[in-house]
Design a protein around this ligand. Structure first.
Ligand code: PGA
Length: 266
């Protein structure tokens, strides 16, 4: 399949807050983020900026964004594979949709590692997201050991193929390629590695969901992204944005990442 940088792929800069910020802190953060980006005249048609707060912040973030018409979108960090029933502690995709979430992260490496989420359950969560008209941000990535034994792409390709196997043709998804060894380590992958794996992941999307979906699907890079390295990743034709952890918790730094188009070449 030809590698294209499809003009429909508006770059997505996504901040994964993980277990940080309560609902009051989330309000202060989102307000400041919107002001900084609007002051800087970010062209929100050219880049989509999303935050992923903890569940308990979502209602506050929703209300603020709606009331002040901020051009930001948001999502949750996880979703249940079930829609309702006796599943204590789980959150349904229906509830997230009712709070205007656009996205939901599924299969983040921290959930795979600490909550033993299998490829199968990640696939079931992606399917649940789609049932509720949420766009799943499907995370895949190799550990340092995988990298050494099997190279960069083998495990992410397997993880993505498994996650997509139950999804309908043409499903609207985002893929996040996050090498586990790069997350929170301060040591990002090279843009060349991100591009090479992203290109192979796009092939997987094409095989599972069809060529139109492959052209349209945004593939993000994640793992120690900051304002100093973002522009180099976004120059790659198959990298369509970033999933940002630590650097998404500092307003000015996250805003600089969202404004990567202003510092290409830095
Ligand atoms: P990091 O985290 O940017 O702090 O490396 C990325 C992630 O876990 O999504």
């Amino acid at each position: 399949m030809a590698v294209t940088s499809d003009s429909r792929r508006i770059p997505l800069i996504a901040g994964n807050w993980k277990l940080n910020f309560d609902h009051l802190q989330s309000i202060a953060f989102v307000q400041k983020l919107a002001w900084v980006l609007q002051d800087a005249r970010l062209d929100f048609r050219a880049v989509e900026v999303a935050v992923f707060p903890p569940f308990t912040d979502l209602r506050s973030v929703q209300s603020l964004i709606a009331a002040d018409h901020f051009p930001l979108v948001f999502g949750a960090q996880d979703v249940s594979e079930h829609d309702s029933g006796a599943f204590t502690g789980e959150i349904s995709g229906a509830f997230l949709k009712a709070l205007d979430c656009t996205y939901v992260i599924v299969g983040h490496s921290e959930r795979r590692a600490y909550h033993h989420e299998s490829n199968e359950s990640v696939g079931a969560k992606a399917a649940a997201a789609i049932r509720h008209s949420l766009v799943p941000v499907i995370c895949v990535g190799e550990t340092a050991e995988d990298l050494e034994k099997r190279g960069a792409a083998a495990v992410p390709v397997e993880q993505l193929a498994a996650a997509l196997s139950g999804l309908p043709t043409g499903a609207d998804i985002v893929v996040a390629y996050e090498p586990v060894w790069a997350i929170g380590s301060g040591q990002a992958a090279t843009p060349e590695q991100a591009e090479s794996v992203a290109a192979q992941l796009r092939e997987v999307v094409g095989e599972a969901l069809g060529s139109d979906a492959a052209d349209r699907t945004r593939i993000l890079y994640g793992g120690s992204v900051n304002s100093g390295n973002i522009a180099r990743f976004l120059r790659e034709p198959n990298v369509d944005g970033a999933l940002v952890g630590g650097a998404s918790l500092v307003v000015d730094e996250f805003a600089k990442i969202a404004r990567f188009q202003n510092h290409v070449g830095v």
